[in-house]
Design a protein around this ligand. Structure first.
Ligand code: SF4
Length: 431
């Protein structure tokens, strides 16, 4: 197929595809959170902590500690197009180009005291981190805790790898349970905040309900046309990341689910049925400074209908009615990290999703500054193409460093990929 000028402008056009009405209300939740963060900053009896995405944020809500999330704020800086300035500030301090751009964005945002509206973050009462996803999380929080002169708690999370026996897994969980109780003591000693069992359980129950709703929304993405694309879900994960135990998050997801169900009942999709040509899976962290990429894919009739990244934030949580089971469930969730998957499990996971979500092609984001999220991508690409005959595009970018995004190069690669998808789909329809 020869590209004409209309085709070649599809990835640069400014026209954005409309997202669900309920999704648009995410800005209200974000504003509420920002306002609370701002108020907390000025009230000395309110306590806050920085937390990483590998830990259940319910740990903080349950102890009445307001969570501040450097990674989330870095995404906001990316989306607000200020991350490059912050990254360059961190690089001027000696951090290399290869270091995680979330970390560098956070260093810049904190030092420059930028507004919370564009990703600024306040000094916390303590920081809590773990090395479960990456070693960066630990070093990053250690460095920042030292610079801010605040206490740090580090969870030592063992990795379940291929061959880890059942008895070893049980020992790992017991080890984590001990650390969770140590954490409760640490918080009390640091802030004076005591564990309120009833409140912790309420938060955990709300969180379990929120995950259930997220999974139901995901189930509907199997429909053709898909009612929800990545242009929606990349904002929709906010309550799962930061507000999982709150009633207002549940209301947000209930409204979202209702709208999705209405779409499905009417046979409606994010794209019209006749427009939905290619259903895609996207692996990796999105390029936050280029959110319109996911809208513009729809100009080709392509929609991302599954992302392991957004799915992982709403992993199943058991409904519990006592503290022991709640702590047990938290320990379990800390051991279930998506990046723990060994290659064969990951391939099996991808194959399952490709089948269930009727995926035509896969986009793999090889992220320049996040080693864990791009490990194994070449093997994944090869296996999926070989075993399933599904086209895979592996491209190199970065989540908050826009220097890694080559506009022209991406345009050429996406256009060729769309041609390959077209050919592959017609061949598969011939069978
Ligand atoms: S290296 Fe990757 S997983 Fe680790 S903090 Fe950075 S983005 Fe997150």
């Amino acid at each position: 197929m020869k590209m004409n000028s209309t085709t070649s402008s599809k990835l640069s056009t400014r026209k954005l595809v409309k997202t669900l009405k309920s999704s648009q209300k995410i800005s209200e939740l974000i504003k509420w959170y920002m306002l609370k963060a701002k108020i907390n900053e000025y009230l000395p009896w309110k306590k806050s902590a920085w937390i990483t995405s590998s830990l259940p944020v319910e740990l903080l809500w349950g102890l009445n500690i307001f969570p501040l999330h450097p990674e989330n704020n870095a995404c906001i800086s990316g989306a607000r197009k200020v991350s490059l300035d912050l990254i360059e500030h961190a690089e001027s301090l000696g951090y290399s180009r290869d270091v995680c751009s979330y970390m560098k964005t956070n260093v810049g945002a904190y030092d420059k005291k930028i507004s919370i509206r564009i990703g600024g973050i306040a000094k916390p009462d303590f920081v809590v981190t773990a090395g479960s996803i990456c070693d960066t999380h630990v070093k990053w929080f250690q460095i920042q805790a030292r610079r801010m002169d605040v206490p740090i708690f580090v969870f030592d999370v063992p990795h379940i790898v291929s061959g880890t026996s059942k008895s070893t897994k049980i020992r790992y969980k017991e080890y984590l349970i001990e650390q969770i109780y140590d954490f409760f003591d640490f918080v009390e000693a640091t802030t004076g905040k005591k564990l309120n069992e009833k409140y912790v359980l309420k938060i955990w129950e709300n969180s379990a309900r929120l995950s259930d709703l997220w999974q139901q929304i995901y189930e509907h993405r199997k429909n053709i046309p898909s009612p929800v694309g990545y242009a929606d879900t990349l904002g929709d994960i906010f309550p799962l990341v930061l507000l999982p135990g709150l009633k207002k998050s549940i209301k947000y997801f209930e409204d979202l689910l209702k709208e999705v169900e209405e779409y499905v009942a009417l046979g409606k999709g994010a794209l019209l049925k006749e427009e939905e040509k290619f259903r895609l899976m996207f692996e990796g962290i999105p390029m936050w400074y280029r959110i319109k990429f996911f809208h513009q894919l729809m100009n080709y009739g392509a929609i991302v209908t599954y992302e392991p990244y957004t799915f992982s934030f709403g992993a199943s949580r058991p409904h519990v009615d006592n503290l022991e089971d709640g702590v047990n469930a938290m320990a379990e969730s800390m051991l279930q990290q998506p990046y723990f998957y060994n290659l064969s499990d990951r391939i099996a996971y991808f194959k399952d999703v490709i089948k269930k979500y009727h995926i035509d092609g896969v986009l793999l984001h090889e992220n320049m500054s996040c080693r864990p999220s791009c490990t194994g991508m070449y093997d994944l690409k090869q296996k999926i193409q070989q075993d399933l005959g599904i086209p895979v595009l592996l491209f190199t970018c970065d989540m908050t460093d826009p220097r890694a995004y080559g506009k022209e190069q991406m345009q050429t690669r996406i256009e060729s990929f769309m041609e390959i998808l077209e050919q592959s789909k017609s061949k598969r329809l011939d069978y």
